[in-house]
Ligand binder design. Structure first.
Ligand code: AN7
Length: 345
């Protein structure tokens, strides 16, 4: 038996109306994997919350099941979003599931190929914008204002409600909140959601947020006009949940910091080869950040005893980046001794 859909597990803590249908693909209940080698490197007990195990391969499904259920409940016929890829894949899947039309606006040439395949296969109208994510978000906000179409970006409050359930799961599985949580930050919806979840459960772990160096508006304190990073999921220059995310870092006694593309890719490869967990580059920013910056604490507070790294999306989403960074394939002729040599040499 697969675990209950997230809305069934947590309905009384979510924002749905009594009559809303449950549009679900059995999301949530993702593995919290112990990470012995990472623990050793950090000197603290480390876990990986593998959100790549959600139905469309990213954490977005947690918010989408709630947002699309609410949209369907209030009679919407179509949903729309701007996306760096994962929101598009998730919105397209849940729209298909609900029998709604879906439209997704993505930055042209800047989303991972797996995510594009998903959005197209689920039957969404996929529009490649000659602009970046921030441009796309501005445009869809206006479109949703003008037309009867439901906006399912994380500016939609039901998205945050659904995503906060990841914090509940972590608490249940560990028997309490971890000392700290490390998370990649793009549009800043997810860190906002975790903080809400932890707070509603009466806990307050230290939150460490990490942005890519070339797309680090929260670190610099001002929007980035032309964000650039290999971690295309978090190539975002003007996060919608800016103030809430900064408030969460402050209240949790944590911080937001930047990691270079090289640090991200090193962590990405190391997690796959060293812990057996294949996440996408943006997700690896959480681990890269801890490896680069450690687990700083404000004065007078004890260092955390455990840390959960949120791995937001599956490595298979972005095979191009994987293959460009992985070791080469060994070509071999059809012959026993040639294979022997290839394997053992
Ligand atoms: C793998 O899909 O913004 O800080 O449009 O796909 O909540 O934005 C994706 C974001 C981290 C950042 N990791 O989360 C989108 C989109 C992965 C992501 C983030 C995203 P937020």
């Amino acid at each position: 038996m697969s675990p209950a859909p997230l809305i069934e597990r947590y309905r009384e803590r979510l924002s749905l109306e009594p009559g809303d249908p449950v549009v679900t693909l059995n999301e949530g209940s993702t593995p919290l994997v112990e990470a012995p080698r990472l623990s050793e490197r950090l000197g603290v007990r480390a876990y990986l919350k593998f959100e790549g195990a959600n139905p469309t391969g990213s954490f977005k499904d947690r918010g989408m099941t709630v947002a699309v259920s609410r949209a369907k409940g209030r009679g919407a016929e179509a949903v729309i979003c701007a996306s760096t890829g994962n929101t598009a894949a998730s919105a397209a899947a849940y729209a298909a599931r609900a029998g709604l039309r879906g439209a997704v606006i993505v930055p042209e040439g800047k989303i991972a190929i797996g995510k594009l395949a998903q959005a197209l296969m689920h039957g969404a109208r996929v529009v490649a914008l000659q602009g970046n994510f921030d441009d796309a978000l501005r445009i869809v906000r206006e479109l949703a204002h003008k037309h009867p179409i439901e906006l399912v970006n994380s500016v939609n409050p039901h998205r945050i409600e659904g995503q906060k359930t990841a914090a509940f799961e972590v608490i249940e599985e560990l028997g309490g909140a971890p000392g700290a949580l490390a998370i990649p930050v793009g549009n800043a919806g997810n860190v906002t959601a975790y903080w809400r979840g932890f707070q509603e459960a009466g806990t307050a772990p230290i939150l460490y947020g990490f942005q890519a160096e070339g797309a680090a508006p929260l670190v610099h304190g001002e929007p980035v006009a032309s964000p650039e990073t290999v971690a295309s999921a978090i190539r975002i220059g003007n996060p919608a949940r800016w103030e809430e995310a900064m408030a969460a870092f402050t209240a949790s006694r944590g911080r937001v910091a930047a990691v270079s593309d090289e640090q991200i890719l090193d962590a990405y490869r190391w997690l796959a080869a060293g812990e057996g967990v294949f996440c996408e580059p943006a997700s690896a920013a959480s681990v890269a950040g801890l490896l680069a910056h450690g687990l700083p604490t404000v004065e007078d507070s004890e260092p955390p005893e455990s840390v959960v790294c949120v791995l937001t999306g599956h490595g298979l989403k972005d095979p191009d980046t994987a293959l460009s960074k992985a070791p080469a394939v060994i070509n071999c002729e059809n012959d026993l001794s040639a294979v022997e040599q290839a394997v053992f040499e």
